[in-house]
Design a protein around this ligand. Structure first.
Ligand SMILES: NC(=O)c1ccc[n+]([C@@H]2O[C@H](COP(=O)([O-])OP(=O)(O)OC[C@H]3O[C@@H](n4cnc5c(N)ncnc54)[C@H](OP(=O)(O)O)[C@@H]3O)[C@@H](O)[C@H]2O)c1
Length: 252
């Protein structure tokens, strides 16, 4: 079995830990975190606090802490010959420059504490400085996911940027739609079938072809009416900018 030490006790660490324990390829030998309360989830294995000089031997050390803390936390894994990876979408592999054997295991999904995830369907983006470590990381990744990709730090920056558009911005649109419903005594529930259908369509179709709405139809009357309903402010500015972006989009 591949021995893993997990550093971090947040959402990604918990979901990875649960996924590793479902299979028989990875043995998590230790979880290292900042606070003992957040280590409770992992108490069936050895747990330690960051900074304690007790890091077990393992094949891979996975750092799943906040982006800004990765570099500092990596320094607590003292032996520079240990293979250390982080799980961030936007941080380059070389943030782990204190380790000759370094890499990245970036799960392209949004994780929350309340929702279980099926790792088999989560794309795992891998990078490693040393080719034999990439093989090791690939073995680990394939044991939990059917979607494993090799993506370098430069590509991963753009992948993360695309994910911000596809996920964070889309969710913000739901927030605004919900507000408009609430302000006008409408149930947001009514929009859910439309939201789901829009997402499902892109499973088999190019999103460019699936675009609909007044901006695409150049329906100036509706565009003016909706813009007037919004008046001024951030929502109005967003409406205008996104409508323009749809109108300027080149057809296939
Ligand atoms: N959440 C996602 O959807 C997602 C998806 C893909 C990749 N990622 C990446 O995965 C990594 C972990 O994200 P997450 O969502 O698991 O974060 P999270 O739930 O907010 O957990 C962050 C973890 O980092 C620890 N931490 C924060 N600052 C620290 C410091 N200065 N020193 C030591 N430990 C520190 C926290 O410790 P305490 O619990 O003690 O505060 C906690 O264990 C990040 O690089 C993130 O970009 C996240």
């Amino acid at each position: 079995m591949l021995k893993v030490v997990l550093i971090g006790s947040g959402k990604v660490a918990k979901h990875l830990f649960d996924a590793f324990r479902l299979g028989n390829v990875i043995e998590v030998v230790q979880v290292i975190g900042r606070h003992s309360e957040s280590l409770r989830h992992f108490d069936m294995v050895s747990t330690n606090l960051i900074g304690e000089d007790h890091v077990l031997d393992a094949d891979i050390y996975i750092i799943a802490v906040s982006d800004g803390a990765i570099s500092e936390v990596s320094r607590s894994i003292k032996n520079s010959e240990r293979f250390v990876v982080h799980t961030s979408g936007s941080i380059p592999m070389n943030v782990l420059s204190g380790h000759n054997r370094r890499g990245v295991l970036y799960p392209l999904q949004t994780f929350s504490s309340e929702r279980a995830v099926d790792f088999k369907k989560i794309p795992l983006c891998l990078e490693a400085k040393v080719p034999k470590d990439l093989k090791l990381l690939r073995k680990l990744a394939l044991s939990i996911s059917d979607m494993v990709f090799e993506i370098d730090s430069d590509q991963r920056k753009y992948l993360h940027l695309a994910a911000v558009f596809a996920n964070n911005f889309t969710n913000h649109m739901y927030v605004l739609a919900n507000q408009i419903c609430e302000e006008n005594g409408l149930p947001f529930e009514m929009l859910k079938p439309l939201i789901l259908e829009t997402a499902e369509k892109i499973e088999n179709h190019n999103p460019l072809i699936m675009q609909t709405g007044p901006a695409l139809r150049q329906d100036l009357k509706v565009l003016k009416m909706q813009s007037d309903l919004l008046g001024t402010g951030t929502r109005a500015a967003l409406y205008e900018l996104i409508s323009k972006s749809i109108q300027n989009q080149k057809k296939l």
